[in-house]
Design a protein around this ligand. Structure first.
Ligand code: HSE
Length: 407
């Protein structure tokens, strides 16, 4: 029998306890031992829980219990999760977390600590919820040089964009529906401003390229400026708008990483990933493109990934699973203004097409209702900004600008 503790009994934590209890026999046959929930840490009372007698409000009861070998952190947020996880690793306990904020902010330090203490620190559920992505990238795709990772990494924003695209809903109405259905947090800022997706692409970039990428090094744009006009023009050009986290390795070794809405071509595998689902494309030099699809959030999908990590930790109590990246200082990341892509812009003003052609060169256009939508050829973002300023100087107003995703 292996004793574990779960810190947090919210949506994910209660899902983890539920799976460990309802799938006891299934897990026993995989591990060859029982996984026993010895303690659950939460400040609230859960008198109706089948394990109500094992709840505690005191972290010290977990850290001081030598029988507890694996601790699951599903509290979310940075504090006290960061302090508790560090103390668990230092005490020689393996840690499993679903906390993307924690891994994006402190992953390199916690991985180094786990290595030092000869224990495991695992976080499969931190990206893509129930979708296997950390372990496949770390193990199954290890033969590849990863050229690019691009994903729809946030279910809330994907749900909102899908409602705008399929049902013609306005952004605000789609957000309200997402909140009513329980997808979006009551404070949805981290989702709609792109921070949640940014944390997740930082974790995948750190894993793919071996150096920690901190969220503050990554240019991040959310979806709050996307309008129905953009959605309709995108469709006329053969694209859908998706919030994409993307990292790619450039010739010369540096990485180009961004979180931003992109126009994704209909032919892309990512264009059909709708509603609250997530999808992640990994482009390897040997394997080509591999796409992972599934539920990126929710109680049991996320708990499914957490429980897989618990089983892996229990199987390797005396050995380390190789999962590691070094700290990073951002020097391997290019400035987002140097990143090259084609651009979509929506403009209004007299003779906009002629003026845009003079400034941008060859362009594709669609006109509707007094506005003009333009797709440019490839250029750096810095060059694009200068050209937009020149266009505005000619009296043409730039109403929106979105990158074209070559994914
Ligand atoms: N708020 C996140 C999402 C939850 O909408 O995808 C899962 O990380």
């Amino acid at each position: 029998m292996v004793s574990v503790a779960i810190m947090g009994h919210g949506v994910v934590g209660s899902g983890v306890a539920e799976i460990l209890l309802t799938h006891k026999q299934k897990l026993f046959s995989s591990l060859g031992e029982e996984i026993y929930i010895k303690k659950v840490l939460d400040l609230r009372e859960f008198p109706d829980s089948p394990i109500a007698d094992r709840f505690t409000k005191d972290f010290e009861e977990i850290i001081n219990d030598l029988e507890i070998r694996v601790v699951v952190e599903v509290m979310g947020g940075l504090n006290p999760a960061y302090t508790f996880v560090k103390r668990c690793l230092k005490a020689g306990k393996s840690v499993v977390t679903s906390n993307k904020e924690l891994v994006a902010a402190h992953g390199a330090e916690l991985l180094a600590l786990a290595k030092e203490e000869n224990v495991n620190f695992m976080f499969e559920a931190s990206v893509g919820g129930g979708i296997p992505i950390i372990r496949p990238m770390n193990q199954c795709l290890v033969a590849n040089n990863v050229r690019e990772v691009a994903g729809i990494l946030n279910g809330t924003t994907n749900f909102i964009l899908t409602k705008m695209i399929e049902d013609g809903m306005q952004f605000e109405d789609a957000l309200k529906l997402a909140q009513d259905l329980g997808f979006a947090e009551r404070n949805p800022e981290a989702d709609i401003e792109g921070h949640d997706a940014c944390r997740k692409i930082c974790i995948l970039a750190s894993l793919a390229y071996g150096k920690h990428v901190y969220p503050q090094s990554v240019h991040t744009e959310g979806i709050t400026n996307i309008t129905l006009e953009d959605v309709n023009f995108a469709e006329a050009f053969g694209y859908v708008i998706k919030l994409i986290g993307r990292v790619r390795k450039l010739d010369g070794g540096k990485i180009d990483i961004i979180t931003a809405p992109m126009l994704v071509p209909f032919k892309s595998q990512l264009s059909n990933i709708d509603n609250e689902f997530n999808g992640i494309m990994v482009r390897g030099d040997c394997v080509g493109d591999v796409v992972f699809y599934g539920k990126g959030a929710g109680k049991l999908p996320t708990a499914s990934a957490v429980v897989a990590d618990i089983v892996d930790c229990c199987k390797h109590l005396k050995a380390r699973r190789f999962l590691f990246w070094a700290d990073g200082d951002g020097s391997n990341i290019i400035d987002y203004r140097d990143s090259v892509s084609a651009m979509y812009i929506r403009v209004s003003g007299d003779d906009a097409e002629v003026k845009a052609e003079k400034i941008f060169g060859e362009i594709n256009t669609v006109a509707d209702n007094g506005q003009l939508a333009i797709i440019t050829s490839d250029m750096s973002y810095g060059e694009f900004e200068s050209k937009c300023a020149a266009l505005e100087g000619e009296g043409v107003k730039v109403l929106s600008a979105i990158r074209i995703g070559d994914i």
